[in-house]
Design a protein around this ligand. Structure first.
Ligand code: KIV
Length: 255
């Protein structure tokens, strides 16, 4: 997949985007023709165990992007620019180039920063926008755009990102009517997370989809597996079999 192919999917079929941070998951997603693999700065929470994404550094993103790239042959790899990695256009360019050098095909930036976006596009770096709830800067996680003036600002940001040339945009945690309006009004595909079915595609954090964290249950997440339970069961069986000397058995022993 390249960014033009992603753009061309708007109005044709839904776009599938999922996060990956490591080799085995990226390999599975790539083999399933997931359109976009996002190396999200959500890794600060689901991999590093922080309570938000604010401490993720560009070095973390470079490291995880290089791992994901090793496993990926078909999907488009989009890497998040973490907080404080795009404070001005020059800094953004240097950091985005680092991500592309290790295998990202595009970067994602939270919020509307026209000068940063223009500079990256001038250097042929494809950029995905991110509007609505912005985890890097929002005080707390809540639906954005309930108040008319806030909704209007999100809509304006979407139009500006689209006009400048973002190849797509994530819309996070907004009411259905707003996601639907933005999707109708922009040329580039919208990818929703907590933003209703009226987006051009959907994204989830892979750990949430797989049910890895038993305690994390926001309304917008649907669990398609319960890996937390599967891992608990598997490890409990291992502990029991080692303690009762039933593992390793004859089949797992060299003679
Ligand atoms: O960092 C991330 O995983 C994201 C998604 C929630 C869209 O930005």
């Amino acid at each position: 997949m390249n960014v033009d192919e992603i753009r061309a999917l708007k109005g044709k079929r839904k776009i599938i985007m999922l996060t990956a941070y490591d080799y085995p998951i990226a390999k599975i997603l790539d083999s399933l023709d997931v359109d976009i693999i996002l190396v999200g700065d959500s890794l600060g929470m689901v991999v590093q165990g922080h309570s938000d994404t604010k401490s993720v550094r560009i070095e973390d993103m470079v490291y995880h992007t290089s791992i994901v790239a090793r496993a990926t042959t078909r999907s488009l790899i989009v890497s998040d620019m973490p907080i404080n990695s795009y404070n001005d256009p020059e800094q953004a360019l240097t950091n985005a180039q680092r991500l592309l050098e290790v295998g990202a095909h595009a970067v994602k930036i939270e919020g509307n920063y026209p000068k940063v976006l223009t500079t990256l596009l001038e250097h042929e770096i494809p950029v995905m926008g991110h509007i609505g709830h912005l985890p890097q800067t929002s005080e707390r996680v809540r639906v954005q755009g309930k108040r008319p003036e806030q909704a209007d600002q999100i809509w304006r940001d979407a139009l500006e990102l689209d006009k400048i040339g973002a190849f797509g945009m994530v819309i996070e945690l907004v009411p259905q009517w707003l996601a639907r309006k933005i999707t109708a009004d922009v040329k580039s595909p919208t990818i929703g997370i907590g933003a209703s079915k009226y987006c051009d595609g959907q994204v989830l954090v892979i750990n949430d989809l797989l049910g890895l964290d038993a305690d994390f249950k926001p309304k917008f997440v649907k669990r398609y597996a319960d890996l937390h339970e599967s891992i608990v069961e598997a490890v409990q069986r291992f502990i029991k079999e080692v303690k009762t000397c039933t593992y390793p058995d004859r089949r797992h022993t060299y003679h």
